[in-house]
Design a protein around this ligand. Structure first.
Ligand code: FAD
Length: 312
């Protein structure tokens, strides 16, 4: 967000900008993203206004042939690094990496400890308030007892020994990426247990393409569904009928819609996971036991137990 804002600002106004980030470079959370992540929608929809990300090309191979390319993590980071170089070369922008904005107009370097005071004449813009928490840099939001193995998604590619079972926690894009990645590496769907506190609505990637004919078709279907809908639930059911919205399990209500896109081939993969636990959020993980906030386990086929406990 900070990069997009600065890019537009320096292209339209004669200003000087100090860009501050506690990370070691530009690119925000992408610097710490798991290595197999890709943009979930077309590259052309992402990035800063001055510079197209990617070449606006169609994928030629694989299950998404015919859809627009999606940048992977190294491509996104390289893109933002190039944009930063362009900004700095313009003479209008200075970048302060590894620097923390600590409030009261003060910035402190995390490396040297040097402290800078932002003058009163300078406008401070907070471009961090939508910043996502990611597993790589945030501890798990539940208790982990000694001996229990809980890893962020980033560590999956570094596993040296296959565990007997995987428990995937969460139902957003990171979780769906992790499931699809494990299946692509030959993990048996029966060896994956999926803890889904809520089921998500996702957008059919084939519909959300920069091609105007497809894009406006999707917008028209969305408008028509919204005009006819009697409730939010009804709207999403209509979008599903129109092929715009997808949910993993059509027999179960989806109650979350944060807008990730999903391809139909990924949907088919996700549907092979039958061991789904819908008992709210995890409270505690111990060796051989996971405690969730509600309900009882539907199946004890897995070698761990869910204990019914409501949050205090
Ligand atoms: C795995 C993943 C995939 C995603 N994929 C997509 C996608 O395909 N398409 C899409 O549109 N969105 C996607 N998103 C959503 C994502 O929120 C946006 O893409 C966007 O990158 C968020 O940008 P941001 O600037 O808000 O946050 P960030 O990228 O997190 O940047 C905020 C920066 O602010 C810095 N910061 C915060 N507080 C301070 C402070 N006090 N001092 C100094 N620095 C500070 C942080 O270090 C961070 O680098 C994805 C998110 C995740 C986690």
């Amino acid at each position: 967000m900070g990069m997009a804002f600065t890019d537009a600002l320096v292209d339209h106004k004669d200003v000087r900008v100090a860009l501050v980030d506690r990370r070691h470079g530009v690119g925000g959370h992408w610097l710490d993203a798991y290595p197999f992540v890709r943009l979930h929608q077309a590259s052309a929809f992402y990035g800063v206004a001055s510079t197209l990300l990617g070449g606006g090309r169609l994928q030629q191979h694989g299950p998404e042939a015919g859809l627009q390319e999606r940048a992977n993590q190294p491509e996104i980071c390289a893109y933002y690094a190039r944009i930063a170089d362009r900004m700095v070369e313009s003479g209008k922008v200075e970048f302060f990496p590894s620097s923390e904005y600590v409030g009261d107009r003060a910035v402190v370097s995390r490396i040297s400890g040097q402290r800078f005071q932002v003058p009163e004449s300078c406008r401070i813009v907070d471009a961090s308030y939508l910043s996502p928490d990611i597993p790589a840099s945030t501890p798990p939001p539940f208790e982990v007892a000694d001996g229990a193995r809980v890893i962020p998604v980033n560590e999956l590619p570094r596993l040296a020994e296959p565990p007997s079972q995987y428990v995937i926690v969460g139902s957003g894009k990171t979780a769906t990426d992790a499931v699809v990645w494990l299946l692509a590496r030959g993990v048996d769907p029966g060896a994956i247990c999926w803890v889904r506190p809520r089921d998500p609505w996702m957008i059919n990637r084939a519909m959300l393409q920069p091609d105007p004919a497809r894009f406006f078709g999707m917008v028209a279907d969305t408008m028509a569904s919204a005009a006819a809908a009697t409730s939010v639930e009804d709207l999403f059911l209509r979008l599903e009928e129109a092929g715009v919205a997808l949910r993993i399990d059509r027999s179960f209500p989806a109650t979350m819609a944060k807008g990730p896109t999903l391809a139909v081939w990924e949907l088919e993969q996700l549907r092979t996971i039958e061991n789904v636990v819908r008992l709210g959020h995890i409270r505690k993980v111990e060796p051989g036991r996971i405690t969730l906030t509600e309900g009882r386990p539907r199946s004890r086929a897995t070698r761990w137990w869910c204990t019914a406990r409501r949050p205090a």
